[in-house]
Design a protein around this ligand. Structure first.
Ligand code: COI
Length: 349
C-alpha cells in the first residue's frame, strides 16, 4: 500500500513543554488522512497537522455521523515504540462505524498508516512511565449534503497528542438518577461522537457541585451502574472485583477487558454482572466498599475517591494496597515493555 508523505519543513517540537501538558491540547507535526469516495477508501497520505477545509453542509456537522478511537503509543528505554492491543481498536472502530452507517475501514490502512505516522513523529513519544502519545483515529462524514441520510464521502484521520495523565487530581462521581447516557437498542456501545457530547451538559451540572464525572445508570430504572462515559467502572466489595457486563449500552473497553483478564490470572475473584446502586450503598454502609476505579485508554486506571447518589454521599477510606494501583502497574509494565507480555497485547512498531 502506497502512503504519500509530505513532511513539515520545521518541527514545532522545540516549542512544546513536555512537562506541562494538559490532555489533548498539543498535536504532533503530522497527521494521517484517508478519503472515501465513489464507494472505496483511497490511499492514505501523511501531511502536516493543520486546519482542513470542509463545506458547511458536510453531513458530520448536521447529523454527527462520526466515530473515533483512543489509543496510546509508548516508548521503552531502548527507544522502541509499542502499541497496546491495536487489533482491538481497529475492530471496535469498524463496529462503531457499522452502527453509524459508515463504511468499514480496511485494517491495512489503519495499521500501516499508523505505523508510518508514529515513525515520522517518533520524537514526540517521550520515554518514561507516564509519558505516552495519545492517538486519536476518527472517521467523519464529509459529503456536502444535508438530507438526513448517510454520507457518500468520508475522511479517516489520525491525529496524535503527547499525553501525561487524563484526570489531574482526585475524582469524585455522582451516580446518575435522572439523565441517561445510553438506551437499549441505541448507540452506547459505539464510540460515536454524539455519545460524548450528550454527556457534557449533565457533567457540567455535577462539576458545578464539585464532582468530576457521572456513573451512568441504566436508562429504564436507574438502578444498575453501567459506565462513566470516559471510563468503564470497577467496584471492589470486600476482595471481590465487580464490573458491569458489556451490552449495547456500554463501551467494550480495551483496558476494561485487560483488567478482567489480569484479575482472573492473578487470583482475584472477579464478577462480571449487573451491580445495583443499592448494593453499592449497602456495601459502603457496611464498610465493605474498598474501591471504585475507572479504566480507559486515556485515564488508564483512575481511582475514585467518593460518590454521591441522591442525598447519600460516601468517601472511600484509604487502604494500603489497592487493586487500582496493582492493575495500573501491571498494565504499565506491559505497555512500556518493562515486563513479559504473555498475552501478546504489546505490539512493536
Ligand atoms: C479514551 O480513553 O481513549 C477515550 O476515548 C475517552 C476520551 C473521552 C478521552
Amino acid at each position: 500500500m502506497e502512503i504519500k508523505i509530505q513532511q513539515v519543513e520545521t518541527s514545532k517540537i522545540d516549542s512544546i513543554d513536555f512537562n506541562n501538558l494538559s490532555f489533548g491540547k498539543v498535536f504532533t507535526d503530522h497527521m494521517l488522512v484517508c478519503s472515501y469516495s465513489n464507494g472505496e477508501w483511497e490511499s492514505p497520505e501523511i501531511i502536516p497537522y493543520g486546519p482542513m477545509t470542509f463545506e458547511p453542509s458536510a453531513r458530520v456537522f448536521h447529523y454527527g455521523q462520526a466515530v473515533f478511537e483512543g489509543m496510546k503509543a509508548y516508548k521503552d528505554d531502548q527507544g522502541d515504540i509499542f502499541l497496546f492491543r491495536p487489533d482491538e481498536s481497529i475492530k471496535r472502530l469498524n463496529i462503531s462505524s457499522e452502527r453509524m452507517a459508515i463504511p468499514a475501514l480496511p485494517e491495512e490502512i489503519f495499521n500501516e498508516g499508523l505505523k508510518k505516522l508514529l515513525k515520522i513523529d517518533t520524537a514526540w513519544i517521550k520515554k518514561g512511565e507516564g509519558n505516552s502519545l495519545y492517538i486519536r483515529p476518527f472517521v467523519i462524514a464529509t459529503e456536502p449534503a444535508i438530507s438526513a441520510s448517510p454520507s457518500n464521502d468520508y475522511k479517516f484521520i489520525v491525529i496524535c497528542s503527547p499525553a501525561q495523565s487524563y484526570y489531574a487530581g482526585e475524582v469524585r462521581v455522582v451516580v446518575a438518577d435522572k439523565f441517561s447516557r445510553a438506551a437499549s437498542g441505541g448507540v452506547g456501545y459505539a464510540k460515536a461522537a454524539g455519545n460524548y457530547a450528550s454527556q457534557f451538559y449533565p457533567t457540567n451540572l455535577v462539576q458545578n457541585e464539585g464532582y468530576q464525572q457521572i456513573i451512568w445508570t441504566d436508562a429504564n430504572t436507574h438502578e444498575y451502574m453501567e459506565e462513566a462515559g470516559t471510563m468503564n467502572i470497577f467496584f471492589r466489595i470486600g476482595d471481590k472485583l465487580i464490573t458491569a457486563p458489556i451490552s449495547d449500552r456500554i463501551l467494550d473497553g480495551i483496558t476494561r477487558k485487560s483488567i478482567i483478564q489480569l484479575a482472573k490470572d492473578s487470583g482475584i475473584e472477579v464478577e462480571v454482572r449487573g451491580i445495583k446502586v443499592s448494593e453499592l450503598k449497602e456495601a459502603a454502609k457496611q464498610g465493605e466498599l474498598k474501591e471504585i476505579f475507572g479504566s480507559g485508554t486515556a485515564a488508564v486506571v483512575n481511582p475514585i475517591k467518593g460518590f454521591k447518589h441522591k442525598d447519600f454521599e460516601y468517601e472511600i477510606p484509604e487502604i494500603a494496597s489497592t487493586y487500582a494501583s496493582f492493575f495500573k502497574e501491571k498494565l504499565i509494565n506491559i505497555q512500556y515493555n518493562n515486563s513479559e507480555d504473555t498475552y501478546g497485547w504489546r505490539v512493536k512498531i
